[in-house]
Design a protein around this ligand. Sequence first.
Ligand code: ZN
Length: 100
Amino acid sequence: MGTLGIKEAVAEGRVKQHIFLPSGRQVWTVVGRKAEHWVDPHRGYCTCPAYYFGGPAGMCYHIKCQGYANSTSNFDTIKFRDDEFGGFVTGLVDDTLTAE
Ligand SMILES: [Zn+2]
């Protein structure tokens, strides 16, 4: 299966906003074909290999998905406690490193 179009990916609910409380810290992720990628729209950063290995800054597929989801208010919001942040990030990075 090829990569979904951005609208299709957003419609499937692949963009997630994770909010850590009470700080209100936000982490955005986009579920790709093989892994869930951490997207930081404010810094134009994504953990995917396409971005890391020289994709145009701020323009990878996942960042585009996040931007589209945000502008259309079409994303899942998941709430966590602040003390869950470390474990959450560790899991995300492990997932990214073991995939594609
Ligand atoms: Zn990406």
